[in-house]
Design a binder for this molecule. Structure first.
Ligand SMILES: *Cc1c(COP(=O)(O)O)cnc(C)c1O
Length: 395
């Protein structure tokens, strides 16, 4: 054998006398077959086993297995982002002529994709009040195929009565999907509450370090799993083994991170409630929150992301507060070890008290910095809002 050839020979094996605590990163487009017959029959491996890099390698299979345990699911399908996971569900569940209901408080791009991507494909999307509970039944039509939940809602933090909605919808043979990124399956397991598709943006808490994009869909039903895998294959969207490795690493510390971040976030939320400069703190673990009773009934703890509205509701004050913070860095995405702040306005068409719609909402993602330091940071941010501009008059 000439060197050119020798260099291309087997360098893949894991020696028997080696083992470590780290998951191996198996990278592959090509998956090798032992003989012609198994290659010809490779389609059979689409749903089980390995046939092509797009459908995963042992690294993604390990992550999927771990997540399936967490979610109490039979199958987990991975996608290259949370939003891609959401699209997989839509492609798996919806056809032209179908009607889909989305919670009005869903993650913005989920709303936009439903209208702009699936609208032209013949799917009609309608938004419902996240607090409607069993009244969702009145919105179900003959052609309604899918109802999406997300609880608490992005930014506005409405807690949904998943049980009531699942009960109302199941009677109508409609599929239910839930974006459970905020709670993670450690706090809430959608599949145990009648939901068919449980999705997570692993980008957030599971990744936990603001350095990867990944999503997952967990299901119990075999047919739904196959449809998700088919959609994944036809769209050509697989998950990178390197990102799966990082998510597996994140899973190992997920419980302790959540514990600490939740405790810090709750302490900070309670402190914010006592501050004059703050009009509202939107966090379901606060006894005064609208969603507290359902949160307490259904969830085993909380995320560390919540929102506030300043008493001075002008944009000048919102900018002064946000710009003054030093430990809370400005940026989208959340759930990582670094604290973040972001600022939003609620679009007027949303189901949200109209009087409040002009007030900017600041979302805080509490990281692993010491809560004393985070409180000191917020305090100087709040002081910066005093006497700024004229608050917008509220009716
Ligand atoms: C960030 C986010 C997503 C999307 O996740 P990506 O990985 O950024 O695509 C979906 N749902 C919620 C609730 C999110 O916060």
């Amino acid at each position: 054998m000439k060197p050119d050839t020798t260099l291309l020979q087997d360098a893949r094996g894991v020696p028997k006398d080696f083992s470590s605590l780290s998951t191996a990163v198996h990278r592959a487009s090509t998956v090798l077959f032992e003989d012609a017959e198994s290659f010809i029959a490779r389609g059979k491996r689409r749903y089980r086993g390995y046939s092509y890099g797009l459908y995963g390698t042992p690294t993604s299979a390990t992550l999927a297995r771990q997540l399936a345990v967490l979610e109490n699911a039979r199958h987990v399908v991975l996608a290259p982002s949370g939003l891609a996971a959401i699209s997989l569900v839509n492609f798996a569940a919806l056809r032209a002529g179908d009607h889909a209901l989305l919670s009005d408080a869903m993650y913005g791009p989920t709303r936009t994709a439903a209208v702009k991507l699936f609208g032209p494909l013949g799917v009609e999307t309608e938004f419902y009040d996240p607090l409607c509970g069993a009244a969702i039944a009145a919105r179900i039509r003959k052609n309604t195929r899918l109802v999406w939940l997300e609880s608490p809602g992005t930014i506005t933090m409405e807690v949904q009565d998943v049980r009531a909605i699942a009960k109302a919808v199941r009677a109508r043979r409609v599929l239910l999907a839930m974006d459970n990124t905020w709670a993670t399956p450690l706090r809430f397991r959608p599949l145990e509450h009648g939901v068919d598709f449980s999705i997570q943006a692993l980008t957030k808490y599971v990744g936990g370090h603001s350095d990867l994009l990944l999503g997952s869909v967990a299901v119990r039903d075999e047919m739904l799993y196959r449809r998700l895998r088919d959609a994944q294959g036809l769209l050509g969207i697989g998950a990178s083994p390197d990102d799966c490795f990082l998510a597996l690493r994140g899973l190992g510390t997920l419980a302790v991170r959540l514990e600490r971040q939740f405790a810090s976030a709750l302490r900070i939320a309670r402190w914010l409630v006592t501050r004059n400069e703050v009009q509202r703190v939107l966090h379901p673990a606060l006894e005064t929150d609208l969603g507290h009773a359902i949160w307490k009934r259904d969830l085993r703890g909380s995320g560390s992301v919540f929102s506030i509205v300043l008493r001075n509701v002008g944009w000048a004050a919102a900018r002064a507060f946000t710009d003054r913070l030093r430990l809370f860095r400005i940026g989208a995405s959340w759930g990582g070890i670094h604290s973040l702040v972001s600022v939003y306005e609620v679009p007027p068409e949303r189901c949200y008290p109209k009087a409040d719609a002009q007030a900017p909402i600041m979302r805080l993602s509490v990281g692993l910095e010491h809560p004393d330091d985070l409180i000191a940071d917020l305090e100087q941010g709040l002081i910066a809002t005093r006497g700024i501009g004229k608050p917008t008059r509220r009716k």
